[in-house]
Design a protein around this ligand. Structure first.
Ligand SMILES: [Zn+2]
Length: 323
C-alpha cells in the first residue's frame, strides 16, 4: 500500500514543530514541543520522538505514514544523518540523530538543512512555486540560505553548500559568528543590527533604542519599532543591512542567473526599511539583462516553509526508494 502521509519536522532551537502532510502539501495534523538549548541531547531527541508519536495517532490507521523528513539547523552530514555542528541545539554537535531515532521507530528518515528545507517549501507551495532556479535567504538571528538549481537543492560535495550568509562582503569587515570577518551575515541579521545600533550609540548618536542593547535579549522587533517611529539610527541600520544584502545578492545573481530571489525570516517584517537600498545595489552591480529579469520577493509560506519542505524531502526520498 502506498503511504498517504509523511511527517515533516522543523527542529529549531525553541520549538520542534511537526506536521502530517499529504502528497499535495496539505497539512492534516500538527504537533509542537518546546525545547531549550540547555537540554541534554537525549531529552531533545525524546521530544522529537514525542512529536512524531502524536502525529502517528492523528493518522489513525497504521501504515499510512511513509517516512519522516527532518529539517535541522547547522552543518549536517546528510548521508549519515549526523549533526556536525548545531548552533541552536549545541548539545547535538556530532550527534548521530538518525541512528538514535531508528532505535525507537522504523521509519525511513530523510534529513535536510533547515534553510534548504524552507527553500523547498517555498518552491513547493510558496513564492517560488513552479520555479526551477532560485535562491532563498532567511534573515533572522543569523542568516540561512538554500540554492535551488534545476529543481533540486544544490548540496555541493559534502552537503554543505548554500551558506550564503558567510560569503565575504567586506574583506576587513566586522567579526562574524563563524570566525571570519566581513561575512554577509555580519551585516544582515539580528546580531548585525544590534552591533550597528551599539556602535551608533557609542559614537554619540541619539536613538530611541536602549544603550544596553547588547546585554538584552532584544530581537529585531525593537529595531523595527524604532524605525517605524522614524528613529534615524534604526533606519540607518536597516539601510546598511539592505545595501550589504544587495551586494551579496548581486554576486549570486551574476553567478546563478536565478528567476527569483526569495527572502524569508523574521527581519522581513522590516522589508520597507531595507528593500530600496538592496534593489539599488542589485541594479548597480548585477548584469543588466539578468537583473531586469530577476524578481526579489518576500517568502509566502512563512513559518510553515520548514515543515512543508521537510515533508517534500521525505516524499522525494520515498520516491527514490520506490514507494
Ligand atoms: Zn561568517
Amino acid at each position: 500500500m502506498s503511504p498517504k502521509f509523511v511527517i515533516g519536522v522543523d527542529v529549531g532551537g525553541t520549538f520542534i514543530k511537526g506536521a502530517l502532510v499529504n502528497r499535495g502539501g496539505v497539512v492534516k495534523a500538527r504537533a509542537k514541543e518546546l525545547t531549550g538549548p540547555l537540554e541534554e541531547k537525549t531529552r531533545v531527541a525524546n521530544r522529537l520522538v514525542s512529536v512524531i508519536r502524536r502525529l502517528e495517532k492523528s493518522a489513525k490507521t497504521e501504515g499510512q505514514i511513509g517516512g519522516v523528513g527532518l529539517g535541522l539547523a547547522g552543518l549536517i552530514d546528510l548521508r549519515r544523518g549526523v549533526i556536525l555542528t548545531s548552533p541552536n541545539i549545541p548539545v547535538w554537535n556530532h550527534f548521530p540523530l538518525v541512528d538514535a531515532l531508528a532505535k525507537t521507530m522504523d521509519y525511513p528518515f530523510f534529513v535536510e538543512n533547515d534553510a534548504n528545507a524552507a527553500a523547498l517549501g517555498e518552491m513547493w507551495l510558496g513564492a517560488a512555486k513552479g520555479m526551477d532556479t532560485f535562491f532563498f535567504l532567511t534573515l533572522g538571528t543569523g542568516m540561512g540560505g538554500g540554492l535551488i538549481l534545476d529543481g533540486a537543492i544544490w548540496h555541493g560535495a559534502d552537503g554543505m553548500a548554500g551558506e550564503v550568509g558567510h560569503m565575504t562582503i567586506q574583506k576587513d569587515g566586522p567579526l562574524c559568528n563563524c570566525g571570519n570577518h566581513g561575512c554577509l551575515e555580519a551585516y544582515a541579521s539580528v546580531t548585525a543590527l544590534r552591533r550597528m545600533v551599539s556602535e551608533a550609540i557609542r559614537s554619540g548618536k541619539k536613538t530611541l533604542l536602549s544603550p544596553d542593547l547588547e546585554n538584552q535579549a532584544v530581537d529585531g522587533r525593537a529595531v523595527y519599532r524604532a524605525a517605524q517611529k522614524g528613529d534615524r539610527v534604526a533606519c540607518e541600520a536597516f539601510a546598511r543591512m539592505g545595501s550589504a544584502l544587495g551586494v551579496g545578492i548581486a554576486n549570486l545573481i551574476n553567478l546563478l542567473n536565478p528567476e527569483k530571489v526569495v527572502l524569508g525570516g523574521g527581519l522581513c517584517h522590516a522589508w520597507r526599511f531595507f528593500i530600496a537600498p538592496l534593489r539599488q545595489e542589485v541594479k548597480q552591480r548585477a548584469f543588466a539583462p539578468v537583473a531586469r529579469r530577476v524578481k526579489i520577493v518576500r517568502a509566502a509560506v512563512g513559518e510553515d516553509a520548514g515543515i512543508l519542505g521537510s515533508a517534500l524531502v521525505a516524499w522525494r526520498g520515498l520516491e527514490l526508494m520506490g514507494s
